[in-house]
Design a protein around this ligand. Structure first.
Ligand code: HEM
Length: 410
């Protein structure tokens, strides 16, 4: 099995300025299961084929989430500090026990409909303020409108509080990127985490006092009152939803705008109604694959992709490589806006499959629909700056100019 010393997969810089898709594509073709070492002794196995990534996702009994789902999220043999108490780092049976109330309170049909209406309203209002000739950074001015709407509904907070919460979660995920933090990344991470936890705890306190259960936080507070959840579990999962919701869709939206600007002829098919917004949305999700990988720890030997990964090994499941696997996708390295039967894995699979997937899909679809109905368009005018992160694929800067819709690609 290929062993890579000082692998570029550890390097946030490589993901910002290098070509990680090409590197992972090479692994997928020649070494679908490989080992990546770092000078300090940390190592993980990397899975790059769609079939292997999928098989690993659904093997949650042998591939544990509770040791952290990010590289460096925790160190063996200690588990993550939120282990067993927060969805993303919980195994069975705790995972199921937590998922029920989070899903019932935040991800039911009514919440989805309310979220959709709020997100559409926010996007429309933001677009209506723009005039032909305006120049702006899409990633900071417009993209945050998507998760803001979700926070407003799920957390029952106003737009300003939603914006403040967004800033704090952004620092948590992009804490190695100097666009978000100053000189001391780890201090920023800890401060931001404490801030978010504090905000959510205050909201739970308010809902416990008022008894209102109209939003997800209120529902979680009710579960605390009934004894179904402890208060710290309720707070930690509020954090999980806030981070999951805030640090993904704005990047997807920015990369979507960048793609539209590069592929005006394909985009016109959506504007003209030849391709439906839901089909286009699935391809934007595949093409952008905002969450590049997740990590697991093998708690037993696992035979996968023709290799045996020994118990005790970290395993990374590369969504971005799976989503460009030629065994599953025709012309995988091309953006194909009307791609049929799109089995994109951007949200993962199995019991941990993104609980926010319907919300995220709706956000992007609303965004696509509002852009298609807009009488204007964004043209990228400068070099997009990619996020310094090997975990999130996104943009920290996307300079755009507003043009008349008919001038896109002219
Ligand atoms: C394009 C947008 C998004 C992408 C690409 C994405 C991706 C993912 C992936 C790959 C996982 C699986 C993690 C694992 O298996 O370890 C996940 C889990 C999760 N996501 Fe998302 N996500 C997105 C949007 C959202 C939104 C909008 C929310 C909330 C409003 C959210 C909340 C969560 C939560 C709470 C989990 C943990 C679920 C569990 O472990 O059971 N995500 N997401």
């Amino acid at each position: 099995m290929l062993v890579v010393e000082d692998s570029p997969l550890y390097s946030a810089e490589f993901f910002a300025v290098g070509d990680p898709y090409a590197y992972l594509g090479g692994l997928r073709e020649n070494d679908p299961v490989s080992i990546h070492r770092r000078a300090d002794g940390y190592e993980f196995h990397a899975l790059t084929r769609y079939a292997d990534v999928y098989a690993a996702y659904v093997d949650h009994a042998r591939l544990s989430s509770s040791y952290g789902t990010m590289i460096d999220g925790s160190y063996r043999p200690q588990k993550d500090s939120a282990s067993g108490r927060m969805l993303i780092v919980a195994d069975q049976p705790e995972h199921t026990a937590i998922k029920r109330p989070v899903k019932a309170g935040g991800f039911n049909r009514e919440m989805l409909a309310r979220t959709g209406r709020t997100v559409r309203r926010n996007i429309r209002a933001a677009l209506e303020q723009l005039s032909v000739g305006d120049r702006l950074d899409f990633s900071t001015v417009i993209a945050p409108e998507l998760p803001k709407g979700v926070l407003e509904v799920l957390f029952g907070i106003g737009r300003e509080d939603a914006a403040a919460l967004l800033d704090a979660t952004r620092t948590m995920i992009g804490y190695r990127d100097e666009a978000y933090v100053g000189a001391s990344p780890l201090d920023s991470l800890v401060d931001a985490q404490l801030e978010v936890l504090g905000v959510i705890d205050d909201l739970i306190e308010q809902r416990l006092a008022s008894g209102s259960a109209e939003d997800m936080i209120g529902f979680l507070a009710r579960c605390v009152a009934s004894g179904e959840l402890t208060r710290d579990v309720a707070v930690l999962n509020g954090l999980n939803v806030a981070v999951g919701g805030n640090e993904t869709t704005p990047h997807t939206a920015s990369l979507t705008v960048d793609t539209i600007s590069r592929e005006p002829a394909q985009w016109r098919k959506v504007v003209d109604g030849e391709v439906s917004s839901d089909v286009a949305t699935q391809e934007f999700l595949r093409w952008t694959t905002t969450n590049s990988y997740v990590q697991r720890l093998a708690v037993a030997d696992v035979a996968i992709g023709g290799s045996v990964i020994p118990a005790g090994s970290f395993v990374t499941l590369w969504n971005m490589a799976a989503n460009r696997d030629p065994a599953v996708f025709d012309r995988p390295d091309s953006f194909v806006i009307d791609r049929a039967d799109n089995k994109q894995l951007a949200f993962g699979a199995g019991v941990h499959r993104c609980i926010g997937a319907p919300v995220a899909t709706l956000e992007i679809q609303m965004f696509v629909e509002e852009l298609a109905a807009w009488d204007k368009a964004f043209v990228v005018t400068g070099t997009p700056q990619r996020l310094h992160s090997n975990f999130m694929l996104g943009l920290t800067e996307l300079p755009v100019e507003v043009v008349k819709a008919e001038d896109l690609g002219a």
